[in-house]
Design a protein around this ligand. Structure first.
Ligand code: P6P
Length: 324
């Protein structure tokens, strides 16, 4: 069975990039172990603190963040990190070549009910000088990503990784403590009959999104002419993984609950890495109007509306937005 480093070497990844990815995976293996302990580890539940997003932090949000921050600061190839759980970017090594952004534990509201959660990460090259605590270094469009991935902590722990040469799946073999290759060159089916959205927000969406979902619910008799199924796991990593495996469309659109924000999900460590993966896997990832990876960030925690998955279905949603 081929391991991650062998595939990275085969695909031409530099020694420095392989080192950063291997450090991230050491952290993810530690997080996987802590999650597998559940109640026994005494680390479920919430803290008394809120993160910069205004969300109450789960104990495992903080623990996972600290695990990754500690490990990445030890890699001389890492210049700095940005995390959903950190107010500001964090300096690592001033001679480091790479910047790492991550959501240490996405979907953490699922932890206490034993449902899937995941770690999402993105790697950029630091352009020029400056310490990693300078946020400006990180404000690069998603097109500049050199690698992106996630680890889905489900019944098995699965790493999904791209360095721009397609998307590969690796499963954690707990006997040897390594992620081993289990699927290569993943490609999302262009068409789908399965959509994922939090329907409880329907009254807050823009009209094009309301129209599209209304037409999905009309099934064969409606303008889209097919019967849809619906899924919602409240864990982006789980939704994206299902789409990579069998197709589908995932949407977290802008909504009027907080008009000043561009939606719930964050561009730098959710939208961009997932978009890199989805585009590398024959899919499409947009805001409903433009490709997410074309956005020039202005703030490290900025939000982004997300419509991603099966290419033809995403383009259908874009047509609804173009027609207004
Ligand atoms: P809601 C998890 O908190 C997350 O950031 C994504 O993983 C997930 O898709 C979304 O929020 C769920 O949001 O509003 O349905 O709880």
């Amino acid at each position: 069975m081929l391991r991650v480093d062998e595939i990275l070497r085969r695909d031409g990844a530099s020694d420095e990039l392989r080192s950063v990815i291997n450090h991230i995976l050491v952290g993810c293996k530690e997080i996987a172990h802590k999650l597998s302990q559940g109640e026994l580890a005494g680390i479920l539940g919430s803290t008394e603190t809120e993160n910069v997003q205004g969300e109450t932090q789960k104990k495992l949000d903080v623990i996972s963040n600290d695990v990754l921050k500690h490990i990445l600061k030890q890699d001389p190839n890492v210049r700095g990190i940005a995390s959903e759980e950190e107010d500001n970017t964090v300096a690592a090594n001033d001679d480091g070549k790479y910047l790492v952004t991550f959501d240490p534990l996405d979907g953490s509201s699922n932890i206490d009910v034993n449902l899937s959660v995941g770690t999402i990460f993105s790697i950029l090259e630091a352009q020029g000088e400056g310490s990693g605590d300078n946020m400006e270094l990180f404000l690069q469009s998603g097109r500049n990503q050199v690698a992106a991935g996630y680890v889905l902590y489900g019944p098995s722990a699965i790493l999904v990784l791209t360095t721009g040469k397609g998307v590969n799946f690796f499963t954690l073999d707990r006997h040897i403590g390594e992620f081993v290759l289990t699927k290569e060159k993943v490609c999302i089916p262009e068409d789908t009959k399965e959509f994922a959205i939090n329907m409880s927000n329907q009254r807050f969406w823009e009209k094009p999104m309301q129209d599209y979902i209304s037409h999905c619910l009309q099934g064969e008799e409606g303008p889209l002419g097919k019967r849809y199924n619906m899924r919602w796991v409240a864990s982006m990593v789980a939704e994206v993984h299902r789409i990579l495996v069998r197709g589908g469309i995932f949407m977290y659109p802008w909504d009027s609950r907080d008009p000043g924000k561009a939606g719930k999900l964050r561009l730098m460590y959710e939208g961009n890495p997932m978009s890199f993966i989805v585009e590398q896997a024959c899919g499409r990832s947009t805001t409903g109007r433009e490709d997410i990876m074309d956005i020039q960030p202005t703030e490290i925690h900025q939000r982004v509306p997300v419509v991603l998955g099966s290419k033809n279905e995403v383009e259908t949603v874009m047509r609804y937005h173009q027609e207004g």
